[in-house]
Design a binder for this molecule. Structure first.
Ligand code: ATR
Length: 272
């Protein structure tokens, strides 16, 4: 029996990863379970050490501990180290390594939808953990011009400086970034009710030549990001494919099995 888990705060109980991974483990005939663990902020080190002590076969880490776990691991992959965030931990004979599958999962999801797409220029809204991974992904994918747009420009700058992007405020984004090929929402808000202010700003924006709008959130109706895509004549994608693709990559790291992202999408759809 293999045990997998996700480490988070009380949000661990709401994560879709336990049900999603458990379904794919079952369908591949692996005798395993995937469980959520709620960890107190002052017990992150004990929780990480516990993964080795308890022979946990693999773990995900999500908000708010993607950075906090890093000092307690035995090794960090090059990608996770460049992004400065870990979302996946492997356990090989008690040696714990931190990986980041969010960035590659984001690119996988875009290419699965639009195989010929190249990023060119991109505006990323938000300056949290998701923006860090997406900014790194877009930049290493070869986008020439990338901006991190946030209400707190100093937060945007700490991400932008790390990857060679620009840091701008929200107004500058909509006034000056008139031709981004890719727009990504990495803020936690997508609907008018969640943020009337951001909704109004995005509503006033009509970028030309935009080919794709990605909202990393999912499960929300009538989002201003989807309306932006419609106005711009761009393709729209929510966060579900990215969730599935990062999960497929984590699963591969733990088990060596090439489960497809559509297996994870199907598992997610069965949860609805
Ligand atoms: P995650 O790890 O999922 O990226 P996060 O670190 O909480 O989550 O980041 C969420 C981002 O959404 C933050 O940059 C946040 O802005 P602040 O850093 O200023 O808090 C951004 N965000 C949340 N609500 C927002 C709103 N109404 N308008 C603009 N940005 C918002």
């Amino acid at each position: 029996m293999k045990v997998f888990c996700i480490l988070s705060d009380e949000r661990a109980w709401r994560s879709k990863s336990p049900a999603m991974h458990s379904a794919v483990l079952r369908s591949h005939g692996i005798d395993g379970v995937y469980v959520p663990f709620r960890v107190e902020p002052d017990r992150v080190e004990q929780a990480v050490k516990g993964l080795a002590a308890l022979n946990i076969a693999g773990a995900n880490v999500t908000v708010p501990y993607k950075e906090a776990v890093m000092p307690h691991l035995d090794a960090i992959s090059e990608e996770a180290s460049a992004i400065a965030a870990v979302n996946t931990i492997t356990n090989v004979d008690g040696r714990l390594t931190g990986h980041n599958t969010d960035a590659a999962g984001f690119i996988d999801a875009i290419l699965a939808r639009k195989p010929q797409f190249t990023a060119g220029s991109a505006v990323i809204f938000g300056a949290g953990g998701a923006a860090k991974a997406v900014g790194y992904a877009v930049k290493t994918w070869g986008a020439e011009k990338v901006a991190i747009a946030a209400r707190d420009v100093s937060k945007a700058r700490s991400i932008a400086d790390n990857i060679g992007a620009e840091a701008i405020d929200l107004q500058t984004a909509i006034q000056e970034w008139t031709e981004p090929k890719l727009v990504v929402n990495c803020t936690s808000v997508s609907t008018d009710a969640e943020s009337p202010a951001l909704a109004a700003s995005i509503e006033a924006w009509a970028p030309a030549g935009c080919e794709m709008v990605v909202d990393i959130n999912y499960g929300r109706q009538d989002t201003f990001w989807e309306r932006l895509a419609r106005r711009a004549g761009a393709e729209f994608m929510d966060g579900l494919p990215m969730l599935a693709h990062q999960a497929a990559r984590s699963f591969r790291l733990w088990t060596g099995i090439d489960a497809t992202a559509s297996e994870f999408v199907q598992a997610l759809e069965e949860l609805r």
